[in-house]
Structures are given as C-alpha cells and as structure tokens.
Design a binder for this molecule. Structure first.
Ligand code: N01
Length: 495
C-alpha cells in the first residue's frame, strides 16, 4: 500500500527531485540552491552519501584523475593529501560538501526509487520508492550513477565455490587476507589497484587475466605543506593548477579518442613503461595489449607490474573454464585451489535500459525505447519524458578527462532548464523528437571514427557494438554544448 511521503523540509510537489546523493546529485542540489531553487528533495537508496566513493572502498581504491581536477571548481579543496587521493579522502570531500552547503536535511536515506511516472495533466513526475513512499516533483534529475551495480561474471560453477567471494565494489573489510590463497579475476581499473595491496598480505595471489590492458605510469606524490598553504591563501593558484591539469588531460583526447600520430606515441610510452618494469620477455608478452590504446579505459598504475612479479604472485592467462568448490579450473585442466576469490569484474551498466521503470507522455516506457541502445538530446533529455534530466546520461562518458568536468556542465544545463520551467510558467518542456534524432545521428557518425569503436570489447559498447556511453569529442566541446539551455529545442506546454 502506498503512503504519501512525509516531507519535513520540502513541500510537495518539490521543484526538483534528485535521485542519488553521489557527486552528481549533490552538485546539482548545490547549484540549484545557489540559483534560488530551494524546494528540493534528494532520494538516496543507501544510508550514506558518496555513491561510487562510498561503495568502492577496496584496498588501494583511488582516483586515476588528479584530485585537483577530480573535484568541483566551485568547491576546491586546498588540503588534498596526495596528487591522486584515495577513496576515503574523496568520500571525505563529498561529506564535506554536504556539511558546507547544508544538504543533509534534503536527503532521504534508504529511499530506493522503484519507478518514475509523468502525470501529463498536472505536469508532475510521480516518484515511487520500494518502501511504498510517493513523491511528486516538477522536475527530476537522475544522478543514479552508471557504475552503481556490482557485476559477478557468468562463470559455470560460481555458486559452488566453498571459499569466500568478494566483489571489488562491495568489499568485505572483516575478511582477513593474511596468509590466505587468493585469486583475483579481472585486471581493469579496479583490479590493478587491488592486486598491489593484496600481495602485501596474502600468502599467494593468482591473477586471472582475460585481456591485458594498456598501463600508463601514475605520477602520485604526497602534497607538500607549502602547496596546501599556498592554495589556502591564494585560491587563484589552485585554479591555475587545475587549469594546467585540465589542458594536459584535454590534449590526451588526441591520442585516446581518435587514431592519430599521438596515439602511436602514447602506445610507445606505455610499452616503455612495461619494458622498464618487467624484465622477463614472456611475462611482458603476456601483458602486451592487442588492441588500440583508448579503445578500453587506459589504466594508470606504477605498482601493478611490480606487484605481479612478487614471489607470491602469479599471472594466469589461460581462460577460466569453471569455478569449482575449491577454486578455479582453467581451460588446460588445472585446478587452482584458493581460499578467496576477488571479483574485480566491473559493473552491470544500463546501456540499453534504465535503472528503474520510467513512464513518460502517453504511457511511453523508456526501457522499451532504449532497447536498441540508449539515446538522449545532448546526453541530458529524452523526447517524451519532459522535465527529466540525466547526469552522466547516454553518450556523456569521458575517456581522457575528469568526469566532474562533464558533470559540472550537465548540472549547469539542468539548472538552466529547471529555472526556465519555473520562471516561464510552463507545465512542461519536452525536447522535440527531430532535434534529438538529428543530434544522435551526428553523435553516432562521429563515434564511428573513434578508438572506442575500433574493435575491442568493453563496457562502453552493447553486445552488438552500439556505443551509448562515450562522448566523441573534447571536454571543452562537451561543456560548450551544454553552456546554454535553448528553449527553442523544446516543445513548451503552458500551465
Ligand atoms: O571493471 P572493468 P573495473 N572472466 O569492466 C574482467 C571506473 N573505475 O571495475 O577486459 C575473466 O573495467 C575483464 O576482462 P576483459 C572506470 O570507469 C575508475 O575495473 O573484459 N575476466 C576486466 O579485466 C572503469 O572503466 C577508477 O577481457 C573477466 C575486468 O574483469 C570502470 O570503473 C577505479 C570476466 C573488468 O574490468 C570499471 O572498472 C576503478 C570473466 N568472465 C574503476 N568478466 C578510477 O580510478 C570480466 N572480466 C577513477
């Protein structure tokens, strides 16, 4: 039975309902408040803020983008302890945002959104949670996060394993690895951070690699005290450092997004890193990627290759055949007996669906429309689903720069759209279908020329190779595209 949600500080309908209290949702709440939109509610399914940085707290978890760039430009932190901060410190930054901008009263924890339905007559979104609460709102920002649901691989026998199973995004901090025989499946961004930490404590670590990735060195260092003092006293100095980091990353688009002479150069740097750190030619061969750099996410680590060569660590490149009660059996018939399997196997990404059912105008169901691949206008709005904004929506993914730069642009755009709705006296704003189609035709054409579509298999692509994940351009272009919300792209229905 559904009950009307009890809202202490928010009137119904809310001006904006935000789904998710991670970086995106909290950033949106801050910017909306600064623009005078105060009647906001944030629904968060967990019992704390932080999203990906709350969930990904495995040993070694850190960001592979420098902290001075992986933070909001409107809330810079002069006190980052390292160039590349760990997940705990990033979570601390998120918690600080909540404190500093007084967001806690807006958040309803333990509220897992079960469905969104647009009520055309009233121009309201009805939002149901799985506890039976019902919220209504003029606009909704979905900041639920693309990498929120941990994914265990479909390997025969996985259920039969009698030892301990841990997923990288749901770490079991009570499990003591000391003296244990451990297997790690997966050598993506999470795997290369976990493995160096596990080899320090476990008796043995067997790393099951399916595809070797491109690895670049990660120039991490502890922030000197003088830089913290300088950034505290002169925020402009930190802004300048941020700008330098931004343009440094921006230039990487030329090698990672498209196949240019820079691509071969960056591949050479990565190969030199491998050559420098791995002396054994056979191991080097096993670790050499066989796809173009940029096609999958480039890995950043200076301690992954050394960890693989520790006496207690072994790289296994035979394909996994089954998981048995005692361990992992590979295709050549060997059973590797272990006490624990760590799954660094990534996430269930909703490329062709939505995290919850979304029903728009005239009963349209978004998951049906996205079956063949998700698409939106400028990654933010979908025709037929008015007053709804996606943070990190279709084709907004960065491969070379900070996700927060993209998110900040998305938030600015959503805030403009929501202000236009509220101030313009509209019931709803619905992006025109032909505008959305034109936009997506151009995006898909551009994607065809990128490294992501150059033949490797990655979580960016659907099973049949459709790329609904990445933005085929510079971060600067993406931000410019979202700089101005243009009402002429939208059908505007008055109250
Ligand atoms: O997941 P992944 P992730 N048998 O999907 C392997 C972000 N992130 O958690 O390459 C054997 O990249 C799979 O093998 P293959 C970042 O956006 C950011 O590491 O498919 N192996 C791969 O090696 C990243 O892109 C940071 O052949 C199997 C691994 O599991 C995203 O999260 C840190 C298998 C999965 O790699 C996901 O990264 C961490 C099977 N059946 C994550 N199934 C930052 O630093 C899968 N694999 C910001």
């Amino acid at each position: 039975m559904s009950k009307k949600a009890v809202l202490k500080s928010v009137e119904q309908p809310a001006d904006t309902l935000i789904i998710g209290a991670g970086f995106g949702g909290l950033g949106a709440a801050i910017r909306l408040q600064q623009q005078g939109v105060k009647n906001i509610v944030i629904l968060e399914r967990a019992d704390d803020v932080g999203g990906t940085w709350r969930d990904n707290n495995y040993p070694g978890a850190a960001c592979d983008i420098p902290s001075n760039l992986y933070s909001y430009s409107f809330a810079q932190n002069p006190d980052w302890s390292r160039a590349y901060s760990g997940s705990r410190e990033i979570l601390g930054y998120v918690q600080h945002l909540v404190q500093e901008f007084g967001l806690r009263p807006l958040i309803r924890f333990g509220s897992n959104v079960a469905s969104l339905t647009f009520q055309e007559e009233q121009g309201l979104w009805e939002v149901n949670t799985d506890k039976g609460e019902v919220y209504t709102a003029r606009s909704v920002i979905s900041a639920a996060g693309g990498l929120a649901n941990a994914s265990f691989p479909k390997i025969t026998g996985i259920e039969s394993f009698e030892g301990h199973k841990i997923h990288s995004a749901r770490w079991d901090h009570d499990y003591d690895f000391t003296g244990k025989r451990v297997a790690v499946i997966g050598t993506g961004a999470s795997g290369v951070q976990i493995i160096p930490e596990l080899v320090k404590v476990a008796k043995t670590v067997k790393v099951f690699q399916r595809t070797p990735g491109w690895v670049m060195p990660r120039p991490d260092y502890a922030s000197p005290d003088w830089s913290k003092t300088l950034f505290q006293k002169m925020p402009a100095a930190q802004t300048a450092v941020r700008q330098a980091l931004f343009w440094g990353h921006e230039s990487m688009a030329l090698s990672l997004i498209w196949n240019t002479p820079m691509t071969a150069l960056v591949e050479r740097v990565s190969r030199a890193h491998l050559h420098h750190q791995v002396k054994d030619p056979w191991l080097r061969r096993q670790l050499t990627p066989n796809f173009r750099i940029g096609c999958k996410r480039v890995l950043a680590s200076s301690d992954y290759y050394p960890a693989l060569q520790k006496e207690n660590c072994k790289l296994i490149t035979w394909p996994i055949a089954t998981i048995s009660p005692k361990g992992i059996r590979t295709a050549e018939g060997i059973e590797h007996q272990v006490d624990c399997i760590v799954f660094a196997t990534g996430f269930d990404v909703c490329k062709a669906g939505t995290p919850f059912p979304i029903t728009g105008l005239k009963g349209r169901v978004l998951a049906e429309e996205w079956k063949g691949g998700a698409q939106a206008f400028k990654s933010m709005n979908v025709s037929g689903y008015p007053n709804l904004y996606f943070i990190l929506g279709p084709n907004s993914g960065p491969g070379h720069n900070s996700a927060l730069v993209y998110m900040e642009a998305q938030i600015g755009y959503a805030v403009q759209g929501i202000s236009t709705l509220l101030k313009g006296g509209y019931r709803y704003l619905d992006v025109m279908p032909e505008v959305q189609q034109r936009f997506n035709r151009a995006i898909q054409k551009r994607l065809g020329r990128t490294n992501w579509n150059s033949g490797c298999k990655s979580w960016y692509l659907t099973e049949d190779g459709f790329n609904a994940t990445m933005y085929p351009g510079f971060a600067t272009q993406y931000a410019r595209m979202l700089q101005r919300f243009d009402p002429s792209h939208f059908g505007r229905v008055p109250v």
